[in-house]
Design a protein around this ligand. Sequence first.
Ligand code: PFF
Length: 462
Amino acid sequence: MKKEMKPVHGVWASRWVFILAATGSAVGLGNIWKFPYITGDYGGGAFVLVYLACILIIGIPVMTAEIMLGRRGGMSPIHSMQALAKQAEAKKSWSLIGYMGALAGFFILSFYSVVAGWALYYVFKMPTAFAGATAESVGATFDGLLAAPYTLTAMHFVFMVMTMGVVAFGVNKGLERMVRIVMPLLFLLLAILLGYAATTGHFSDGLAFLFTFDFSKLTSEAVIVAMGHSFFTLSLGLGAIMAYGAYMPREMIVGGVKKPVSIGSTVLIIALLDTLVALVAGMAIFPIVFANGLEPSAGPGLMFVTLPLAFSAMPMGVLFGTLFFVLVVCAAWSSSISLGEPLVAWLVERSWNRVKASVLIGVLAFVLGMGSVWSFNIFAGAEYKLFDRTFFDLLEYLTTNIMLPLGGLLIAIYAGWVMKETHVRKELGMKNFKLYMVWRAVVRIFAPLAIAVVFLNALGVI
Ligand code: PFF
């Protein structure tokens, strides 16, 4: 692989665009919808602490490694890993990282689109349905949605078309422009919602729930979910960030001078923004939960029952509520694009037309997503469950808690042990040697060990 090779898919216009796109990928349903509800399910503070620790000591180093591999490879994750393995004179089977990631991304895309479809439905529902809402009535609206396969299918379809539509036209043009507007707006609206939550009188209950560490509630299941979520929320372990890294320039002209684009500081910004959005979403949602006598462990419906309640009680709530769900959809959109991109980029490199490749992946993911649509209605019964989980639950568990951490484990091992150190150092360009050594120790030893321990613990081996 020649160094001067330009990715066939284009290059980000600047380091900031890369940060916005990667933050767009990271910030999504995982932060606003999933983080609050799994925190509720697993008992609050101690879970949050484990999640934060995973972000800091596994997520950030693995993200650095993943972007580094992508930038060095310069292609879709599958081809990048093949080329990198060749370059390092390592076994071809390392391209498994690319294949497994592509499969995980495809699985996630299928159910992610279904949940994003719920938010899409609320965009239409918000203006009319929640005047004078009560906890019971919003709960009934959500249950009604889940019981309606046709509505769910229509929303899932629209969202999938939106996603693959952008991928089809190339990430540069559509995505770059979109994230510049949407991300700042999302931050603004979260701040407004947080301001409202702070006035409910139950704000401190919400904070206590999130930040009081009761370790007696921490099970090995909670630890594996916290670790899985740290991968999911940072879009790690499946090649999405690797694909984005491939479009990241090595040098940028800043004020007329060529400067190297550092990976390390970029990763810190992305992780910080991502964590901030999750915590703010939690701080906004839990006070509303307690103020209305709802259960924190309400499951996947948590966001969909608390937020309409909050908005219906707020001045200009219809406007803010509608806008909020528009932004949730946009946040999900800028994430789902990064799920579709690695597979489409791979097909394009195999001489496929980008539009055709996007249609194919979109159709396949839509079809698989129907399993998730039916998990909430037709196939919700116990007779359709495996290990007491629906198809949706199983797919979510398999990808988030197994495939992503496994992908992260392999990426860390590859970056730490297989890739030539001269290449690693050159690609990372870290000036601070001590910091580099810390990163290296983490990807070589600490991160793989930590992931392995959590796995073995969850399997009951240790
Ligand atoms: N990080 C996204 C979220 O938190 O919603 C989900 C996601 C996107 C996971 C892209 C994985 C990925 F590759």
